[in-house]
Every structure is written in structure tokens, then in C-alpha cells.
Write a protein that binds this ligand. Structure first.
Ligand SMILES: Cc1ncc(COP(=O)(O)O)c(C=O)c1O
Length: 390
């Protein structure tokens, strides 16, 4: 189908919750997408961070195709192998206990919120159910996760929102302590590296204080690793670099490598909170998505993570030497760029013309390349970025 026909159908029949860029993807390999008219784009967006292994990763494709041939779906009424295998890997490598599977990040955080509410209402030393999240945070588009999100533009027009959520200032430990006294929360919900709000890695001292408050006050620490998790930070989970142990970690995006999957990993306090009948998801633990995700986790070993760190250092050093770049934030291959005289949105539009796909985050320019991006693709993309930012 030609591009004008595709765009016409999209305009006529799709509910427009996204403004699309003028790229009509036809096929893709590694970190390069080819448009239907043959133009190539180096993808430093990787499907909002979801295509962790890039495009056409052979072992992932083989596993997904084999599982499709075997059994594509059964519902959670029956056993299949890939989900429990994946859960064992996630629990072992996170040092936590059990996994509940969903299909997206929003659904994962919704589950985390329900676990925290049930824990606070029925299991904590006294009843409590307020959740403190952060300003500029993003946790999803369901009503509860939109309420937890600290971006007003995501909430406008959708009131009344869900009661029992409070937003704290980013990196303000004193305020967080005050809010704990005032609201007696059952949980904190935080992205250790905020994504949509502008790619900001929380300060270590703030995270330390949050963890200390959790310990002292029986507050659950929910670590939203939907964007930064599964290797993007340079460790499998970003919490490893902060030296904390969350009670719940939510994940999605990168673990699917392009298929929809998400979920939560629960620690000792939270792993038995939900019981049959409490929660569910028809496609949760889908064997095809889990078969692919098993390959993702098997691929992201120590050598792979070292390579992510090397790529991150190289890209950051190059970016730091460009004239319009005034600051860098984020962790690993989740990179936020402060620009002089240009917004992230303007830079994204200019880079598109140069054949590089990026995304804005707040006023910043954001890079979320596939973790497997090659040196050749990286250098080509950096040369284009230099043309725009130098
Ligand atoms: C940190 C974080 N949490 C949750 C979500 C929501 O994930 P999904 O779009 O898969 O529902 C996102 C999406 O960008 C995210 O970045």
C-alpha cells in the first residue's frame, strides 16, 4: 500500500491520540527503519524504548515464531512454560520473589497500585492507602496511573481523578519527609529516572532518604522501571545502581522487544498480597510475548550490559562536545539533552529531516536507542546530530 493511502486511512479511521511524524515504516533491521519510499532512518527512539534488541534480532524472532507455532495463547486458567520461566529469571536477577504479568506499563503500575492499596488497607500495622508519587513523573494512561502521574497536561479533562494520591517535589527530601508525616502513605511510586517529564535521574541522596522513610514507616517503595529498566540504565534494573531494594518493580517496554508485555516483580512484603479473584488480565503472561522476553533476558548478560555502558559513555562524550548541548541527564542509554536556543521538539523535527528519529521529553531532547545499536549506526546518527546541534 502506498504512503498516501496509508496516511489517508489513518486520518479517517484512527482516533488521533498521537501526532505522527511523516514516517511510514515499511521494514527495519538492527537500528535502521526504512520508509515505504526507501528513505532510511536511524532509530534513536526505538518504539519509545520498547525495541530493546532493535529490529530483526534472530534469536528473538526464532523464539517468538516457534511459540506461535506451538500455542499462541491459553488464558491464565492453564499452565504454559514461557511465563514461569521468565518469572524465575526476573525474580532471581532482581533479588525479589514473584512476578505478575500484564501487557503494558500502565497496566503494570495499576497492579502495583492495587497491591499497595491492599497491603495498606489490610496488612500494614494500621490502615493507610495514600500513595505519594513525584511531580513531573509519568506512570501511564489508566485513570489511577494518570492520577499518579505528575504532569498536569496528562490529567486535564479527565476528572474526577482517583482519590488518595499526593505529588512530591523531585529531589526534595525534606518535603517528602513532611508529606509522610502529613499523609501517612502506604507507598511511594517513583521512576528512578524520570522519562516523559524530561529524562532526569533522581539524586542519590533523595532516593536514599525515600528508602529510609520506607524502612522506618512501613511504606512500600514502588520503582517504576517501565522506561529505564531491562538493561537500558547499564544494569538490568536501575535500582541496582542506586543501591536500594524496592518492594515492587514495574517493567514493560524493553522486556517485550516489540511485543506487548509488562508486569510487576514483588518482594517479600508484597508477593502474596494478591490472591485469586483480586486481579487479572486476559493476555497477561501470554506465551508468545514471554517466549520473546526470555530471549531478551538471556541476551542481556554482563557482557551486554558492559557494552551498553560503553555505548552510553561514547554517545554522551560526543554529545557533550556539541555547541548547542548545555547539559546531559539520564542513565545509560536513556539520555536527556539540554539545548541552547532550541527545544527538544524543534531538534526532533530537524533530526527527522537528517534521517534520525528522536523524541522530545519536556523541553529536552531524548535519546532511547536500541541497546544493540551498532557502532556504524551510532556514528552515522551522531554525525547527523552534530549537523543540527553544532
Ligand atoms: C515510566 C513509565 N511508566 C509507565 C508508562 C506507561 O507504559 P505503557 O505506555 O506501556 O502503558 C510509561 C510509558 O511511557 C513510562 O515511561
Amino acid at each position: 500500500m502506498d504512503r498516501s493511502k496509508i496516511k489517508k486511512l489513518d486520518a479517517e479511521y484512527i482516533v488521533h491520540t498521537y501526532n505522527r511524524y511523516d514516517v511510514v515504516a515499511d521494514h527495519a533491521y538492527r537500528a535502521t527503519i526504512t520508509d515505504v519510499n526507501g528513505k532510511e532512518f536511524i532509530d534513536l527512539c526505538s518504539g519509545y524504548g520498547a525495541n530493546s534488541l532493535g529490529y530483526g534480532h534472530k534469536a528473538w524472532l526464532d523464539a517468538v515464531k516457534a511459540q506461535l507455532d506451538q500455542v499462541q495463547h491459553t488464558s491464565n486458567l492453564y499452565y504454559t512454560a514461557p511465563g514461569p520461566q521468565l518469572a524465575e529469571k526476573l525474580a532471581t536477577r532482581s533479588g525479589l520473589c514473584k512476578v505478575w504479568f500484564a501487557n503494558s506499563g500502565g497496566e503494570a503500575n495499576e497492579a502495583a497500585i492495587k497491591v499497595a492499596r491492599k497491603y495498606g488497607n489490610t496488612l500494614a500495622d494500621h490502615k493507610k492507602n495514600t500513595i505519594i508519587s513525584l511531580k513531573k513523573s509519568f506512570h501511564g494512561r489508566t485513570l489511577a496511573t494518570v492520577t499518579a502521574t505528575g504532569l498536569a497536561e496528562a490529567q486535564e479533562s479527565f476528572g474526577p481523578l482517583v482519590p488518595g494520591f499526593v505529588h512530591a517535589e523531585v529531589d526534595d527530601a525534606a518535603e517528602l519527609e513532611k508529606l509522610v508525616k502529613q499523609y501517612d502513605p502506604c507507598a511511594f511510586l517513583m521512576e528512578l529516572v524520570q522519562g516523559e517529564g524530561g529524562v532526569h535521574a533522581l539524586e542519590q541522596s533523595f532516593v536514599d532518604k525515600a528508602a529510609e522513610l520506607c524502612e522506618k514507616n512501613d511504606i512500600l517503595f514502588i520503582d517504576d522501571e517501565v522506561q529505564v529498566g531491562i538493561g537500558r540504565s547499564g544494569t538490568l534494573f536501575a535500582f541496582e545502581q542506586y543501591g536500594i531494594k524496592p518492594d515492587i518493580v514495574s517493567f514493560a517496554k524493553g522486556i517485550g522487544a516489540g511485543l506487548p508485555i509488562g508486569g510487576i516483580i514483588c518482594g517479600p512484603k508484597t508477593c502474596d498480597v494478591l490472591v485469586p479473584g483480586d486481579h487479572g488480565s486476559t493476555f497477561g503472561m501470554n506465551p508468545v510475548a514471554c517466549a520473546g522476553a526470555n530471549v531478551v533476558l538471556d541476551t542481556i548478560d554482563d557482557a551486554f550490559l558492559s557494552a551498553v555502558k560503553v555505548k552510553s559513555r561514547f554517545i554522551r562524550e560526543e554529545l557533550a562536545s556539541m555547541k548547542k548541548v548545555t547539559g546531559l541527564d539520564g542513565l545509560g542509554l536513556m539520555i536527556g539533552i539540554d539545548l541552547e536556543g532550541m527545544t527538544g521538539a524543534e531538534a526532533t523535527a530537524r533530526l527527522l529531516e537528517e534521517g534520525v528519529l528522536t523524541i522530545p521529553a519536556g523541553d529536552r531532547l531524548r535519546l532511547l536507542p536500541p541497546l544493540t545499536i551498532s557502532l556504524e549506526e551510532t556514528c552515522k546518527a551522531l554525525a547527523a546530530i552534530r549537523r543540527v546541534l553544532d
